[in-house]
Ligand binder design. Structure first.
Ligand code: OOG
Ligand code: NI
Length: 465
């Protein structure tokens, strides 16, 4: 029997990424301007840094530099989250990591939907930061049940999108024609609707409870609220945004600029104020809503639990010392303090590796393979590295950072003010809604590192460690 002519989930993800990018550029022209600035800066970096160009070309990354790396949506109900998991599965994306944003004053918890295996990440690493509103954090009971009732009525997926998700689940894939249709149908969920589903009065009450609650509850669907291309020099893009009439947030989130990039650095431009029309009376009442923005990211090596603990400690110490205020006060002092304190984290690939602070991919070198032909080699990886028989390169961090995400949220809720206060996270409720457990990102990096080392040892004629 002929195998089904299914297209790969990687291809569906690529088609979807492209369609979403086109849609968002048309909806938010300032995002198009940001993309142009990023492309200019990336081109300049590659021109001035042949070594970087060569490294990216070697990793097969040059053609994909300008492809978006992530986007974000905010969902309102458990059912919506349950279905989004199935929708993203059609594109080869799974839930990785649990982020509790309530600790930063944002009433959501979140996960990242992304490809997990290395080949899929190389083809298209697109991921979506997906948040679920925590209605239980609305204090006013009346408002809470009103919000629940409004959300219960909406249908954010087209019937055809749901049918195609089911077909994918039953048949194990989609044909090319089905995939094309699926992408168009799935895109509808992410589209912006300027017509609110609530009256001006209801919107105001939701907004007064939290701006984010108004954003999630007042509309027909979970509009994509930003897309994020990758930049090769985030500091330059941040500095040059105003030249193009774009207002960046006050500080770049994440680690400071370093020789060896770690984790994730990101910054965004402020959400736009857009005209909306409220539901209700015959006379359409107009208002404005701010939700949609643009962001850029620069990724570095994934840190181990030990490295991450050091990162978290250093970042917390900076934030304890300098709090960036509303309107960006003290941003300069924050940046300086960040650079200063992070000197405690080694800034060489070899030190990061030796101290077990970051994850690396190992491979046998041609010299090592040649030497293995002539005799048995030592099994000690450090000795093999010293001889030049075993090489290593950083594994890129593919996930998000909760403190940074909170900063991005805050900035786009109209303030750069950093807040730090604590409540309870509720991972069990999140996973119950999702209908699956979220995968542990550290375990995924550790597996990739171990698999690369086993393969490298095999290539050197040695049994796995
Ligand atoms: C998501 C904000 C977080 C990131 O890159 O950390 C985020 C949102 O505003 O919905 O996108
Ligand atoms: Ni983002």
């Amino acid at each position: 029997q002929m195998p089904h002519a299914f297209v790969s989930t990687d291809r569906i993800r690529s088609l979807f990424t492209e369609a979403m990018s086109q849609m968002y550029r048309a909806e938010v022209p300032q995002y198009g301007t940001l993309i142009e600035l990023v492309a200019d800066v990336n081109a300049g970096c590659l021109k001035n840094n042949p070594e970087l160009r060569e490294r990216l070309a070697g990793a097969g990354e040059l053609e994909r530099i300008d492809v978006e790396r992530h986007g974000a949506i905010r969902l309102g109900t458990a059912e919506e989250l349950f279905t989004i998991r199935r929708l993203f599965a059609v594109m080869g994306m799974q839930s990785v990591g649990y982020y509790d944003l309530s600790v930063a004053g944002v009433p959501v918890h979140s996960t990242c939907f992304r490809p997990i295996d290395e080949a899929a990440l190389n083809i298209n690493p697109f991921r979506v930061f997906t948040s679920l509103l925590r209605l239980e954090l609305i204090e006013d009971e009346g408002l809470r049940s009103e919000a629940e009732a409004i959300l219960a009525k909406r249908r954010i997926y087209t019937p055809r999108a749901v049918a195609l998700i089911e077909r994918h689940e039953q048949n194990g894939g989609l044909t090319e024609a089905e995939a094309t249709e699926f992408v168009a149908e799935a895109l509808e969920t992410f589209r912006w609707h300027g017509e609110a589903t609530v009256s001006a009065e209801t919107y105001k009450r939701l907004h007064d409870a939290h701006r984010l609650i108004a954003d999630v509850v007042s509309f027909k669907g979970p509009h994509i609220n930003h897309l994020t291309p990758r930049t090769l020099d985030i500091d330059v893009v941040q500095a040059r945004m105003p030249e193009r009439g774009i207002t960046p947030k006050a500080v770049i989130e994440g680690p400071p600029r370093r020789h060896c990039d770690i984790l994730l650095r990101q910054t965004s431009f402020k959400a736009l104020e857009e005209t909306i029309v409220f539901a209700g009376d015959a006379d359409a009442v107009q208002g404005t809503h701010t939700a949609r923005f643009g962001e850029i990211e620069q990724r570095g090596v994934a840190l181990t639990a030990k490295g991450r603990a050091l990162y978290d400690r250093l970042l917390a110490s900076v934030r304890g010392e300098v709090q960036v205020g509303a309107g960006g006060a003290k941003a300069g002092a924050y940046d300086q303090e960040l650079a200063e304190r992070f000197k405690a984290l080694p800034d060489s690939w070899d030190e990061l590796r030796r101290q077990g602070l970051a994850f690396f991919r190992y491979c046998a070198t041609p010299a090592g393979i040649a030497a293995a032909v002539n005799g048995t080699l030592t099994k000690d990886p450090e000795a093999l590295i010293a001889k030049g028989y075993l090489a290593f390169s950083p594994i890129v961090y593919e996930d998000f950072l909760p403190v940074s995400a909170a900063g991005i949220f805050q900035s786009n809720l109209g303030t750069d003010q950093q807040q730090n206060y604590a409540t309870h996270s509720n991972r069990d409720a999140f996973e119950a809604a999702l209908g699956a457990t979220v995968q542990d990102e550290l375990a995924l990096y550790a597996e990739r590192q171990a698999a690369s080392l086993d393969a490298a040892m095999g290539a050197l004629g040695l049994a796995p460690l």
